[in-house]
Design a protein around this ligand. Structure first.
Ligand SMILES: *[C@@H]1O[C@H](CO)[C@@H](O)[C@H](O)[C@H]1NC(C)=O
Ligand SMILES: *[C@@H]1O[C@H](CO)[C@@H](O)[C@H](O)[C@H]1NC(C)=O
Ligand SMILES: *[C@@H]1O[C@H](CO)[C@@H](O)[C@H](O)[C@H]1NC(C)=O
Ligand SMILES: *[C@@H]1O[C@H](CO)[C@@H](O)[C@H](O)[C@H]1NC(C)=O
Ligand SMILES: *[C@@H]1O[C@H](CO)[C@@H](O)[C@H](O)[C@H]1NC(C)=O
Ligand SMILES: *[C@@H]1O[C@H](CO)[C@@H](O)[C@H](O)[C@H]1NC(C)=O
Ligand SMILES: *[C@@H]1O[C@H](CO)[C@@H](O)[C@H](O)[C@H]1NC(C)=O
Length: 405
């Protein structure tokens, strides 16, 4: 070996050793985790430490950090678990869907990414299925969202007794009914049902029907309702438990039950007939709207609309909805307030700017359906086979233009 080649080799080794890199000191500290490898004062480049997260904490990233030329590579992160406290479970009326082999007195911890099965408390059901009660929650970075567990209704013997009610099997006993399920009732002998017999339990709430005695005092004249009539045969006297039936005049909407019962000398609440909305053609014209019907149909001077009903209208020709010009028709509803019409705006188009051409007729403003003729300069032409443009609710169609291609 010559001195020179020896020198080169020495230089090479010096370079290689230097290339191995500087040592590292303290490895990174991991929050909610520990280093599992033996701790040293110094670490050579290329050596590593290994991490472990505390119980229930999930690791994000590699479990090792390497010493790389005096610097540590990125350490992992320990992600917090989801904690589900006993109070939270209580609040959502849920319990764990497994044998309580774990001590759940302090609640449960759920590792990030993991899921756990829960169940509604006994009797409670999921509103989504109304019969099943188990569901799974997953721990991710967002707060846990629980499905709604709905409470059952507890009908007691005492409640049934107090209201002279029986269950449909003719018996009277405490009865538990799941939310979203129905139950049928009947009255004790000598009593008449005056409200619907089938009732639904909705999240722990159920209205019991009412019964009235058939042995109470009789009633005389039944109530008179405005804008409505009694449809049943009129009598001098009505026994307790009997009823009259009502009907509202045409276009009047009924609010309440259509029957009234004689209850021990007094009539139960009679229905009310609600006035219809009366819309005049003039009023529609004022709002630049019209009925959305075929034009050849006989347009009445007045339109009657029952309370709660809808009427389909459209903007008059040449107008379009201010809120959404692509919507051609809209609905108005009759309620206790005057009808609210959306704004119909007149369709106008501005003077178009046509480069390399002109158009006629020239006006200050164009309305819906107005047409212009485009005359292009020599060497330019408008849309193929179409040298006219029309003013529409969407502007000029097609866009007036003269192009060389
Ligand atoms: C790097 O650390 C190793 C072992 O801990 C040690 O032998 C070596 O001398 C250190 N090198 C430097 C440049 O400090
Ligand atoms: C780190 O990860 C490797 C490979 O994924 C695995 O073999 C090793 O057991 C893990 N170490 C610890 C302390 O979890
Ligand atoms: C449980 O509900 C109560 C009352 O609605 C509320 O104040 C409390 O913060 C809730 N607790 C939990 C853990 O959700
Ligand atoms: C229903 O009510 C009765 C009487 O109040 C009570 O004894 C019973 O425990 C209740 N049942 C449920 C499931 O709440
Ligand atoms: C009264 O209401 C009942 C039930 O809603 C219905 O069956 C009956 O036809 C109504 N009677 C009249 C006169 O509208
Ligand atoms: C129509 O509008 C005019 C003026 O705004 C008003 O005086 C008239 O009462 C309106 N007519 C109807 C039927 O709304
Ligand atoms: C306008 O109406 C059209 C047709 O009904 C509809 O597709 C569109 O979403 C509406 N736009 C807005 C902004 O409401």
């Amino acid at each position: 070996m010559t001195l020179l080649s020896c020198l080169i080799i020495q230089l090479f080794w010096a370079f290689c050793v230097k290339g191995q890199g500087r040592n590292c000191s303290r490895p990174p500290i991991l929050e909610n985790g520990d280093i599992t490898t033996f701790l040293e004062k110094e670490y050579t480049s290329g050596s590593f430490v290994e991490f472990k997260c505390q119980k229930f904490y999930a690791m994000e990233g590699q479990n090792r950090s390497f010493c790389d030329n005096g610097k540590w590579t990125k350490a992992p992160v320990c992600l917090e678990p989801c904690t589900i406290s006993v109070e939270e479970m209580e609040n959502h009326t849920i319990v764990l869907n497994e044998r309580a082999n774990e001590n759940t007195l302090q609640g449960v911890f759920l590792k990030r990414g993991d899921s756990l099965e829960f169940r509604c408390k006994p009797g409670y059901v999921l509103v989504t299925t109304s019969s099943e009660s188990t569901f799974t929650v997953q721990c991710n970075e967002n707060p846990i969202i629980y499905p709604e567990c709905r409470a059952p209704c507890n009908i007691t013997k005492q409640q049934l007794e107090a209201k002279n009610l029986l269950l449909s099997n003719g018996q009277r006993h405490t009865h538990l009914i799941q939310s979203e399920h129905t139950v049928e009732f009947m009255c004790s002998k000598g009593y008449t049902l005056i409200t619907p017999s089938i009732r639904m339990c909705v999240n722990g709430h159920l209205d019991l029907p009412s019964c009235i005695s058939e042995t109470g005092r009789t009633c005389s004249r039944p109530p008179i309702i405005e804008n409505g009539d009694i449809t049943t045969f009129l009598e001098k006297q009505y026994t307790s438990g009997s009823f009259v039936e009502f009907k509202c005049q045409k276009f009047y909407a009924m609010e309440g039950q259509n029957i009234s019962f004689c209850d021990n000398g007094k009539w139960t609440k009679a229905p009310i007939c609600l006035e219809p909305c009366v819309i005049s053609v003039k009023e529609m014209e004022n709002h630049t709207v019209e009925l959305n019907e075929r034009a050849n149909e006989n347009i009445p001077q007045w339109v009657y609309l029952k309370r709660g009903d809808f009427l389909e209208l459209r903007c008059q020709s040449g107008y379009s909805l201010a809120t959404n010009s692509s919507e051609s028709t809209f609905m108005v509803q009759c309620n206790e307030n005057p009808i609210v019409y959306p704004e119909c705006r007149e369709i106008v188009c501005d003077l178009p700017g046509v480069v390399n051409g002109r158009f006629r007729p020239q006006r200050n403003m164009y309305r819906d359906g107005d047409v212009i003729i485009i005359i292009c300069n020599h060497g330019f032409h408008s849309h193929v086979g179409c040298n006219i443009a029309e003013c529409t609710k969407n502007g000029w169609i097609p866009p007036p233009r003269c192009s060389s291609t």
